[in-house]
Design a protein around this ligand. Structure first.
Ligand SMILES: *[C@@H]1O[C@H](CO)[C@@H](O)[C@H](O)[C@H]1NC(C)=O
Length: 263
């Protein structure tokens, strides 16, 4: 009882530090194998600076988080895990941003955005889209999934040039809601929780514009979630689950855009 109360108070204090959802970081991750995660996209601003992650879902659409629009991404880099090795002619693709029409701000839901590539990405051994879930299916609790990004690797550390990946487990939604409520945060609808709960693996938010936000939560080969937010604060002790936008709940909106080749 005391222990639970203590944990709750601690969580509340940490949560008070803020729910700033711009940057985030992969902690305790490893370099992603070069031949895997060929769908990863780095969202970059006009200056060619990495601002968010994203993932290719067709030859001309990338899926990411809507809050990434705040960092003004104008292009995506595809086909490399190493952001020091970007060939603008072959790897950089100009994009148009299409946040979900119901998105307002981070923490209130619908944190999902399509990026329309102005020209098609050639699919090859370095660039391949990832599949989305086929339909709305309940994700099992404790499923082993993977998340990747170019964000910071420790609290207030530096962004990395080489893609990092980490294994995370999904967390029961009710447990996750309780844990967040303890920090006086009500989770929005259409989210999945994973990592950051009784584990030292996951992603962390910082009030910075560089991070893992927008990257995919990959379970069983499909992109079931988009990195949305966790609490601001000490990322070395993330005791609240991380929150992802559930892609299967947005299939109708996504499919319509892909079919019309417009958004
Ligand atoms: C590549 O594109 C970025 C973003 O437009 C730009 O900042 C950078 O200077 C370009 N690099 C080269 C070598 O042209």
């Amino acid at each position: 009882m005391m222990h639970a109360l203590h944990k709750c108070l601690l969580f509340y204090l940490l949560t008070c530090l803020g729910l700033h959802a711009l940057g985030s970081e992969i902690i305790h991750g490893k370099k992603a194998p070069q031949k895997l995660m060929l769908y990863m996209a780095s969202l970059q601003n006009d200056a060619g600076k990495h601002v968010c992650g994203g993932f290719l879902i067709s030859e001309d659409f990338v899926l990411t988080a809507a809050h990434c629009k705040n960092s003004s991404p104008t292009s995506v880099v595809l086909g490399t895990h190493d952001l020091k090795k970007v060939n603008n002619d072959t790897m950089r693709f100009k994009v148009r941003t299409c946040p979900h029409p119901s998105y307002q701000k981070v923490g209130t839901g619908n944190d999902i955005m399509l990026l329309k590539l102005l020209k098609k990405a050639p699919l090859n051994k370095r660039v391949q889209p990832i599949q989305l879930p086929k339909s709305v299916t309940k994700i099992k609790d404790n499923a082993k999934c993977r998340v990747a990004g170019w964000g910071y690797t420790t609290t207030r550390g530096k962004a990395v040039d080489v893609l990092q990946a980490v294994e995370v487990s999904t967390v029961n939604l009710e447990t996750c809601k309780k844990e967040w409520k303890c920090g006086r945060v009500t989770l929005p609808a259409n989210v999945i929780c994973a990592g950051g709960y009784k584990t030292d693996k996951g992603f962390c938010k910082l009030s910075s514009s560089q991070g893992d936000s927008g990257g995919p939560l990959v379970c069983g080969g499909a992109a079931v979630g988009v990195v949305s937010f966790n609490y601001g604060g000490n990322c070395d002790y993330p005791n609240a689950p991380n929150v992802y936008t559930e892609t299967s709940k947005y299939l109708h909106w996504i499919k319509k855009a892909l079919k019309q080749k417009n958004c």
